[in-house]
Design a protein around this ligand. Structure first.
Ligand SMILES: Cc1cc2nc3c(=O)[nH]c(=O)nc-3n(C[C@H](O)[C@H](O)[C@H](O)COP(=O)(O)OP(=O)(O)OC[C@H]3O[C@@H](n4cnc5c(N)ncnc54)[C@H](O)[C@@H]3O)c2cc1C
Length: 498
């Protein structure tokens, strides 16, 4: 019998782990090289003393037990009898003296919003009808389009039929244009702030539809536990994970990837290389600019007005449970934050007390965040970071201002908050090597064309890119599915039955 083919996977985020697990299952021998001391990539959680801290996840797509995505999470061991927290609302916003709540109960959302603004009744009803329809939309996870024949693609399209048509139509409407149609400023503000700037109405309709159906929820234990389960599943299936092991270069010979060189100088020869990290970084640094990315991916990087990136400054606090807002994600206006790259007129706070494992000694994590478009925010913080003391001073000033704003809005917090740490776009860029310190991959605007990428680099064999950047939306579920698709391409090229 032939010995198994060896694969080097660069990056131990969700996509790298997913690709590794599926490749192991199909007879490959994989090693994941992860530069950080903890796996999980952007999906990170850690402990602060006894208190678990969620580094990113607000919601996970794929919690609905009857969905293909849920089965996919289970195939990689990510859920394993995990319970889910289903918060009462997706996003709650305070503005102009009103509270708009995108609640789990769609009728309640509609009734409350109508009460705020009877004039907006028709628009609200149209929105809610679309959300109800989107509830049943299944995200494609079965096979990448480049491998599916025309028949299978047609089958998928017709399976989602009418919903897909509706979403295609709503994809041409920007959320900001839709928000502008509301008469009431609070509704305008809510629709403008619920998703990253540049998002489309389709994205909100789909996201909210998934939330009311229960498919968007939070696994107990958060992203740290989810990653731990995937790592253990990967290792049990024979995969090797090397932490604290940055890759410096991809070895290329005769038009094919042949292995990797580690930062410590080790050269490792393999049959395949999978880069499960940022494509722009892979191309520029690991492949030293010797190749060009596939055209459709290049188009995304070259047109930031159509495919913007999005980042956040996040300030982490520990707070007593009895003084945090009731809603999981809550946004309120403030004029107490100094400009940091953008004028800031509101803060969004996320609290985790609805997951009991995130409550220790009556305290929980509270994150205040300032959303920003990727490039501008990155430049602002990268310029500050040239001098460490200047960067740290800016963070201290911002943390002080945010704490002041929180205490002003929630007087019970006075003297109760403990500032833990701050993540800026520079943190994400340094920690993950992500383009412009983005939190998520491209945000497709109403002018974007949704296309399937293949992760292949023209002229380079035995190499595949994977990860959130290949999807049409970002997120952990996209990283999971792209990892699976990459393993399918591998099997296809090696003529191994999937
Ligand atoms: C603040 C924040 C909030 C988010 N909220 C949500 C949410 O609520 N729900 C959701 O679904 N998604 C959310 N996301 C997005 C989600 O976390 C990402 O889409 C997903 O985790 C990306 O996974 P990935 O494997 O594609 O990439 P990454 O997680 O970026 O993984 C790439 C890995 O490669 C490693 N790497 C890079 N260079 C090298 C090298 N040279 N050698 C070795 N290793 C290397 C990195 O360290 C990293 O571990 C959020 C992200 C952030 C940052």
């Amino acid at each position: 019998m032939d010995s198994p083919k060896r694969i080097a996977i660069i990056g131990g985020g969700i996509a790298g782990l997913s690709a590794g697990i599926y490749a192991q299952r199909h007879g490959f021998r994989t090693t994941i090289y992860e530069k950080n001391t903890l796996p999980g990539g952007a999906c990170m959680g850690w402990m602060n003393g006894q208190l678990p801290i969620e580094g990113n996840m607000s919601f996970l797509v794929g919690a609905g037990e009857d969905t293909a995505l849920y089965r996919c999470w289970n195939e990689v061991g990510a859920l394993e009898n995990t319970m889910f927290v289903h918060p009462d609302s997706l996003f709650t916003l305070e503005d102009s003296g009103e509270v708009v709540e995108f609640s789990q109960d769609l009728e309640q959302f509609c009734r409350n919003a109508e009460k705020i603004s009877p004039e907006d009744r028709t628009l609200l009803h149209r929105f809610c009808e679309a959300v109800l329809k989107a509830e049943e939309y299944e995200l494609p996870v079965s096979q990448p389009e480049d491998l599916a024949g025309p028949l299978k693609s047609r089958h998928f399209n017709s399976a989602n039929g009418e919903i897909k048509k509706m979403l295609t139509r709503l994809r041409s409407v920007s959320l900001s244009d839709f928000a502008e149609q509301f008469h009431h400023p609070a509704l305008r503000c809510a629709f403008l702030n619920v998703l990253p700037q540049g998002s489309t109405l389709a994205a909100l309709v789909l996201f909210y539809g998934k939330f009311i159906s229960g498919d968007l929820a939070v696994p107990v234990g958060g992203s740290r536990k989810l990653t731990e389960r995937m790592v253990s599943f990967y290792q049990t299936s024979g995969g090797e994970l090397r932490l604290n092991t940055p890759v410096k270069e991809i070895i290329v010979a005769n038009g094919a990837a042949r292995g990797v060189v580690l930062e410590n100088g080790e050269r490792l020869l393999t049959h395949w290389v999978i880069a499960a990290c940022d494509p722009e970084y892979t191309h520029r640094v690991l492949l030293q600019d010797r190749y060009t990315l596939e055209k459709k991916l290049q188009v995304r990087y070259e047109n930031p007005e159509i495919y913007p990136t999005f980042s956040r400054v996040r300030l982490f606090f520990s707070a007593p449970v009895d003084c945090v807002p009731l809603a999981r994600v809550f946004s309120f206006p403030t004029d107490d934050i100094p400009a940091a790259g953008d004028g800031i007129s509101r803060l969004t706070v996320t609290q985790y007390s609805d997951d009991p494992s995130f409550v220790k000694n009556g305290r929980t994590e509270l994150v205040a965040e300032i959303p920003m478009t990727g490039k501008r925010a990155f430049r602002y913080w990268a310029e500050l970071a040239v001098q460490q003391d200047v960067y740290e001073e800016a963070i201290d000033r911002l943390a002080g201002a945010v704490q002041f704003a929180l205490e002003k809005r929630f007087p019970r917090m006075k003297g109760q908050l403990q500032f833990l740490t701050c993540h800026t776009p520079v943190t994400y860029a340094e920690r993950l090597h992500v383009y412009h310190g983005s939190c998520t991959a491209f945000v497709p605007t109403s002018h974007a064309r949704l296309t399937q990428l293949t992760g292949r680099i023209p002229g380079l064999k035995k190499f595949l890119l994977t990860g959130q950047w290949l999807g049409n939306t970002a997120g952990m579920h996209t990283a999971l599915v792209q990892g699976k698709f990459t393993a399918e391409r591998l099997c296809h090229d090696e003529q191994i039955q999937w």
